[in-house]
Ligand binder design. Structure first.
Ligand code: AMP
Length: 283
């Protein structure tokens, strides 16, 4: 049987976090310097190490059965691609920006202007939806210099912190699209067991990263209050200790809640609190 082919980014911003995700999900492989296709140990799966921009095409052409790429690239491809999961890294925004000195204050002021972008399809659709007529100037790379070179009056480019835009004397006017890395396949592709297994494993890692495992000791009398603070999935585990007035409590909390919940647990009487990472989580 042909192996399931899984296209993942080599080079670029998405490479390192994609590799870490695959390793955490249990994909074992050795990557050579120049190899394009790498077998996954013990599975009928082959990784195709390719550029993030090529992944949508490989998936729609049927060369790859599954892929990891940026949502912005999926939107820009306009292809019949299904987003199976958001992966929680590669977060960025496609943002419209103008030179600091420009009179443009709102998106409507861009009517009739030249807008340089690496995402002409998404940009075109965004302005068309708002009934604002612009001229897109498709560019690849270094889009932020286009206004200085008088190639464009404004740009639509990817930003994460916004510092590159600021350094280039540009000011944001509006967000066009939010993006992060996503797991994708062709919507028309046939069902494949290895694809389903890979999606489940990867989703379990993404779900695990959003939570922490939390353990503590507490007086038996504090169990009710602590249960309300950290309800977990069904209820926390409460384990007896050798001291009959005390128990150990185990639960799972959202990563974002950890900071706030720890002082509340301490105030409720918890001690010896441990916060541990979770490798994989299947709900
Ligand atoms: P690459 O060109 O291979 O580095 O990959 C670019 C992809 O990384 C983009 O399509 C986005 O999905 C993602 N990305 C995340 N943050 C940024 C950023 N600040 N600038 C550009 N791309 C970003």
């Amino acid at each position: 049987m042909n192996p399931m082919r899984f296209a993942v980014p080599k080079k670029g911003r998405l490479e390192e976090p994609s590799t870490r995700l695959l390793q955490q999900a249990g994909f074992q492989y050795e990557r050579g310097e120049r190899t394009l296709a790498v077998p996954v140990r013990g599975r009928n799966v082959e990784l195709l190490l390719v550029r993030a921009d090529d992944i949508c095409e490989l998936v729609t052409d049927g060369v790859a059965d599954l892929g990891i790429t940026g949502f912005d690239l999926v939107a820009e491809s306009g292809a019949n691609i299904e987003v199976l999961a958001e992966l929680g890294f590669g977060q960025c925004r496609l943002t419209a920006a103008v030179p600091n000195a420009s009179d443009i204050a709102a998106i409507e002021d861009l009517a009739g202007m030249r807008v340089a972008t690496s995402h002409p399809r998404v940009t075109g659709e965004f302005f068309a939806e708002k009934d604002i007529s612009i001229q897109t100037v498709p560019l690849r790379g270094s889009i932020e210099v286009a206004p200085k070179l008088d190639v464009a009056d404004a740009i639509v480019d990817l930003v994460s912190s916004g510092s590159t835009m600021m350094l280039n004397g540009l000011r944001p006017v509006a967000d066009v699209l939010s993006s992060q890395a996503v797991l994708v396949r062709d919507r028309a592709a046939e069902q494949m067991d290895e694809v389903d297994a890979a999606v489940t494993l990867i989703a379990s890692v993404v779900a695990a990263r959003r939570r922490k495992y939390i353990l503590m000791n507490a007086p038996q009398s504090a169990v009710g209050e602590i249960r309300d603070l950290i309800p977990g999935f069904d209820a926390p585990s409460v384990v007896p200790l050798a001291d009959p007035t005390m128990v150990a409590i185990h639960s799972v909390v959202d990563v974002d809640a950890v900071w706030d919940v720890i002082p509340q647990l301490q105030a409720a009487g918890a001690s010896g609190i441990l916060v541990l990472p979770i490798e994989q989580l299947l709900l």
